[in-house]
Structures are given as C-alpha cells and as structure tokens.
Design a protein around this ligand. Structure first.
Ligand code: NAD
Ligand code: UDP
Ligand code: UDP
Length: 318
C-alpha cells in the first residue's frame, strides 16, 4: 500500500510522460502534469482528464514554477532529433534553465527529483556496450550538441545541487524507448518506420542502415523509472535504463515490414551529421540496484505499437 503523494511530471503530456502520469494515477497518487505542448498533443493525456487526482498545467519550464508537490519527475524536453534541432537554443534553455528551475523548486520543497537523462550523453560511443562509468564521446558544437550537451549540463546541475544543497536526486540515462503514444510525426525511427509501413510509403533508412540501436518497450522503462525513484536515497544514479538487445536499423526496418505485412520498399537517404554508429546499454547497475531488467522483446513490443498506430490511422489521427 503506497502513501498518496503529490507528484509533478514535467513534459507529462509527451510520450514517456503520459505513460508515467497514467502509472502514478493507477498507484493512487495525485499528478500535476506540466507541459508547453512543444512536441506532444494534449490528446495524449485526454483519457486522464476525468480523473480528479489529475491536473494539467500549460507552462514552459524555462520559466520559474511555484507549486507544492512531494516528488518531481523532470521529463520536459523534446527527444526526437527533428524536434530538438528545430529550435536548438530553446532546447538548450529547456535542458539547462528547465533543470535549474526544477532543482530550485525541489530545493525549496525538499522534494526528491528525477532527471530524464539520455544515452546521448555517451555521444558516438567508442566504448561498447556503454557502462555508466564511460564519460562519452560528444561533439560539443555539432547539430546534436544542443540536446547532448544540454542533457550533460543538466546532469552536472543535478550533481552540483546534490553536493551543495543535499538534494535527493535520481538520474536515469534512458536509451531508445518506443511504444504507443509516440507522436506519429515525431521523426524517431520506430514511429517513422511503422507509420510508413502502414501507409505503404517507402521506409526511410538514413545511411546504409548498419548503425545500431537498442530498443526498450515503454512499460519496461516506466517500471525502471518508478523503481529508481523509490530506491534508497543514496542511490542517485546515473543509472542506464534500456533494453540490451541490439539491432541494426536495417534489421528494424525488416522486422517492421514483416510484422505489418507491408509492401513498402526501402528508401536509402543521407545519414544526418554525428549520428551515433552503435548503442547498447550495460544494465548491470539497474539489475544490481533496482532488481530490474526489461521483459518485453522487440517483436512483442513492435506488435503492440503497430496495433496502436493502426488505431490512430483508422481514426484519421496519423
Ligand atoms: P516527447 O517529445 O514525447 O515528450 C517531451 C515533452 O516535453 C513534450 O510533451 C513536450 O511538449 C514537453 N516540453 C518540451 N519542452 C518543454 C518546455 N520548455 N516546458 C514544458 N514542457 C516542454 O519525448 P519523450 O520520448 O517522452 O521524452 C521524455 C524525456 O525523456 C525527455 O527529457 C527526453 O530527453 C528523455 N529521453 C527519452 C528517450 C526516448 O527514447 N523516448 C530517450 C532518452 C531520453
Ligand atoms: N525556482 C522555482 N520555483 C521554486 C523555487 C525556485 O522555479 O519554488 C527557481 C528560481 O526562480 C531560481 C531557480 O529555481 O531561478 C533556482 O533556484 P535556487 O534557489 O537554486 O537559486 P536562486 O533562487 O538562489 O537563484
Ligand atoms: N533513422 C532512420 N530513419 C528514420 C529515422 C531515423 O534510419 O526515418 C535512424 C537514425 O539515423 C538513427 C536511428 O535511426 O541512426 C535512430 O534514430 P532516432 O531519431 O529514433 O533516435 P537517436 O538517433 O536519437 O537514437
């Protein structure tokens, strides 16, 4: 039996945020969802609006926020390269000013705070798989830097507030996660490939498709986030969160085509700058500290995600 808490989720209307809000409500908590709807639609949390323990506030985290809560999950930030590169300066502000404001809020309230960090802190990694002890290989001025360096600075801020003010922090480094409620035009690879396959449009592989990623189903990821938040105070992270199964982008395209029964052809397009060649989490720490490991295999998760997008397309929403 959980104690009821008031929980703030920034970026709560986004892909991961909407699942987290639903999970926290299911556990009986009160949820304050804060979002400026930069990369998500309000419809993502539409089904939560009837719950009287749910509240939605339009707010940009780069501005101060004065509310009263017990715990904070800081997820606000566009995660898709297309979105975070659209306005790189705003992305840096969201990562850095957003973190400062949420840490200031956590400090005033003495509230525990989770930061959605990312595998992008490892950049284009020359250590494989990536353990938390690896410092990364990031281009500080390339097209991904607004996000990568923004998120790295946010981690620095979290650990500085922890050292200087004794804040209770939890830093999770999230690897590529997919599932229902990704925005259909989000631009990330799983949603792109599924929507293209379902519409019979060409599947756009950037580069030769030999680059790898490790894909975690959203339910597994949310379980990991919840375990980290509820772990003892001395567990600060950073902790890798992801599925260690590693696939080339070409393999992913083939799986999506097979699972949808699509007649889409593959179309090879230019590889964007600084695109990491390989990525796979070492999840030894999450196993040891949180007793967590992912349960949903890629084929199973893709089937659920395909079913979601079929529904969206049938309803004219994608
Ligand atoms: P998303 O784009 O679907 O959600 C992000 C949400 O933040 C959106 O609802 C957006 O409108 C909101 N937002 C953006 N800027 C804001 C601002 N200034 N103020 C208030 N709200 C703002 O992305 P997601 O996949 O749900 O990612 C959530 C978090 O997890 C992000 O911080 C992202 O960096 C991190 N993450 C996600 C993944 C992944 O694979 N999904 C991987 C690594 C890290
Ligand atoms: N802040 C906020 N809500 C609060 C408390 C602080 O948004 O409830 C913001 C505040 O505006 C400040 C930032 O968090 O810009 C950092 O706060 P901190 O107390 O660390 O620094 P200071 O106020 O001394 O600059
Ligand atoms: N990608 C692709 N086609 C697409 C979208 C992405 O080949 O339509 C590639 C992209 O170049 C990258 C990988 O898929 O190598 C994962 O891209 P995504 O944007 O999902 O995440 P990230 O690069 O941030 O891991």
């Amino acid at each position: 039996m959980h104690l009821r808490k008031r929980v703030l989720v920034t970026g709560g209307s986004g892909f991961l945020g909407s699942h987290l809000c639903a999970r926290l409500l299911d556990e009986g908590h009160e949820v304050l969802c804060v979002d400026n709807f930069f990369s998500s639609a309000r419809a993502n949390v539409g089904e939560l609006m009837d719950n009287n323990r749910f509240e939605l506030l339009r707010h940009d985290v780069t501005f101060p926020l004065f509310v009263e809560v017990d715990e904070i999950y800081n997820l606000a930030c566009p995660a898709s390269p297309i979105h975070y590169q659209h306005d790189p300066v705003q992305t840096i502000k969201t990562c850095v000013h957003g973190a400062i404001n949420m840490l200031g809020l956590a400090k005033r309230l003495r509230a525990k705070i989770f930061q959605a960090s990312t595998s992008e802190v490892y950049g284009d990694p020359d250590v494989h798989p990536q353990p938390e002890s690896y410092w990364g290989h990031v281009n500080p001025n390339g097209i991904r830097a607004c996000y990568d360096e923004g998120k790295r600075c946010a981690e620095s801020l979290f650990f500085s507030y922890w050292r200087q003010s004794g804040l209770k922090i939890k830093v999770g480094r999230i690897f590529n996660t997919y599932g229902p409620k990704m925005h259909p035009n989000d631009g990330r690879v799983v949603s792109n490939f599924i929507v293209q396959a379902l519409k019979g449009e060409p599947i756009t592989i950037y580069g030769d498709g030999s680059q790898t990623r490790s894909f975690c189903y959203v339910d597994d990821l949310i379980e990991c986030m919840r375990r980290l938040m509820d772990s003892p105070d001395e567990v600060t992270g950073p902790v890798n969160m992801g599925n260690p199964g590693e696939f080339t982008i070409r393999e992913l395209a083939e799986k999506v085509v097979a699972l949808t029964g699509s007649r889409s052809k593959i179309s090879y397009e230019p590889l964007p700058g600084d695109d990491p060649k390989q990525r796979r989490p070492d999840i030894g720490l999450a196993r040891e500290l949180l007793g967590w490991e992912p349960k949903v295999a890629l084929d199973e998760g893709l089937k659920k995600t395909i079913a979601y997008f079929e529904g969206q397309l049938a309803a004219g929403l994608a």
